[in-house]
Design a protein around this ligand. Structure first.
Ligand SMILES: Cc1cc2nc3c(=O)[nH]c(=O)nc-3n(C[C@H](O)[C@H](O)[C@H](O)COP(=O)(O)OP(=O)(O)OC[C@H]3O[C@@H](n4cnc5c(N)ncnc54)[C@H](O)[C@@H]3O)c2cc1C
Length: 391
């Protein structure tokens, strides 16, 4: 058995031995559209993973990870999803905050924050978007003012679409720290506890019934002087580096859950006879083809030496998967036929309905379709930059 296969077996056996008993209720839960499902049990699951050293396995060993190779991380993600591993409550801490702290944090900050992420005891939210600053991220208005007596930063403003803020302990906030500054200048990257006076979290109800994201209001809330990442003014640079970490290894694990959804669609179509429709058969085959093509692209990008050509191809990935997945939602509804319109206690139908509703957001978060196409045109094809006002 190759080393990688032995590793796969280790993950598979661990999952089979632990995603059981009370945790069996978590199988296939917490994915598309139900990021806030069963929160307490899923937090407990994070601690179970931590006890097996399966949180943050891609972090370097010196920071408490396993320092897994890219191939091993991919294998881990795939086996985790194949076993029905639930959506990760700790993914913002593990995938975004941790690597950013490792890259930009002081030794004290690393010592203070990395263990809580690793042990599944401290959860993080991402405070970037504001009502008028989503794609136009440089238009951030949340203010941070220095308190000369304490050195703390006093923060006022509003963040929006903040995933899992109501279930998190900390939030990283990009705010404007220089009065009169515009665009990417004068921004600060702050680490703030959510449980403090001056922070108000309001859930936003989603079309699928859940409320996984929130508006977060800051009214003279505080960030301690020690909890600035980098220097005041470095906010843009750090925020962009963090977004780079967002498009990582987990995309291949995500494909395993896409595969499960496609398998479910095929299963339902065989049961209810929609597989006899030539149009449905064509669309199923088309969906399968798209998924295989995405898989090979992702494998190539992850395993390549990052040649210029591969970097260009990597730019297309978000655009491809989000449109593919949105179309899969439509296919699921057409395969279900009239049943798609009925709320029922059938977990398979519910999963497909939720997937359809949530997939509408896939082409918005993580950079909208239009923004992705701008990036491909400018960075991939060297076309002129679009006018960007004062940026
Ligand atoms: C499910 C979900 C979870 C999210 N979680 C978080 C989170 O945890 N933390 C967080 O900070 N944010 C989060 N977001 C917010 C997300 O990052 C923003 O919704 C996204 O960046 C788009 O910004 P916007 O909603 O302000 O839309 P806008 O930027 O106002 O866009 C509106 C429309 O205008 C188009 N447009 C805008 N600018 C251009 C341009 N220059 N060229 C062409 N077209 C353009 C857009 O493509 C879009 O079609 C989440 C969003 C969703 C849907």
């Amino acid at each position: 058995m190759s080393e990688l296969n032995a590793f796969r077996t280790e993950v598979r056996e661990w999952m089979a031995g632990h995603l059981t008993g009370k945790f069996a209720a978590l199988k296939y839960r917490g994915g598309s559209g139900e990021g806030d499902a069963l929160p307490e049990l899923r937090k407990e699951w994070e601690r179970e993973l931590a006890a097996g050293r399966w949180t943050c396995p891609g972090w370097p060993a010196e920071h408490g990870g396993r320092g897994l190779s890219v191939a091993e991380q991919v294998a881990f993600q795939e086996e985790y999803s194949r076993a029905g591993g639930p959506g990760r409550m700790g993914h913002i801490g593990e995938g975004l905050m941790g690597p950013t702290l490792i890259a930009f944090g002081t030794e004290e900050q690393k010592k203070r924050f990395l263990p809580g992420i690793r042990s599944g005891t401290e959860f993080w939210a991402q405070g970037y978007s504001e009502p008028s600053a989503g794609s136009d991220f440089g238009n951030i208005k949340t203010r941070a003012k220095l308190d000369p007596e304490t050195g703390d930063w006093i923060v006022s403003g509003q963040k929006v679409w903040t995933s899992l803020a109501h279930l998190s302990d900390w939030i990283f906030v990009v705010a404007r720290c220089e009065e009169g500054s515009v665009g990417r200048n004068g921004l600060i990257f702050l680490l703030m506890p959510l449980d403090q006076p001056g922070v108000d979290i309001h859930p936003i109800k989603q079309i699928g019934g859940g409320a996984e994201f929130n508006s977060v209001f800051f009214d003279d809330a505080r960030a301690k002087a020690d909890d600035v990442l980098g220097q005041p003014g470095d906010g843009w640079k750090i925020a962009m580096a963090l977004l780079g970490f967002e498009r990582g290894i987990s995309t291949l694990g995500q494909q395993m859950s896409f595969q499960q959804e496609l398998d479910l669609i095929v299963e339902v179509s065989k049961e209810n006879g929609s597989d006899r429709s030539p149009a449905i058969r064509q669309r199923v085959a088309y969906a399968w083809t798209g998924l295989r093509a995405m898989r090979y692209l992702a494998m190539r990008v992850l395993s390549d030496d990052q040649s210029a050509e591969t970097r260009r191809e990597a730019l297309t990935y978000k655009y491809q998967w989000s449109n593919w997945h949105r179309d899969l939602g439509r296919l699921a509804m057409d395969v279900l036929k009239m049943d798609a319109n009925i709320v029922a206690d059938d977990p398979r139908r519910e999963r497909l309905q939720q997937m359809f509703l949530f997939a509408r957001a896939d082409t918005i978060y993580g950079g909208t379709n239009e923004i992705q196409l701008n990036i491909i045109a400018e960075q991939g094809l060297g076309m002129p930059r679009e006018p960007r006002g004062k940026l």
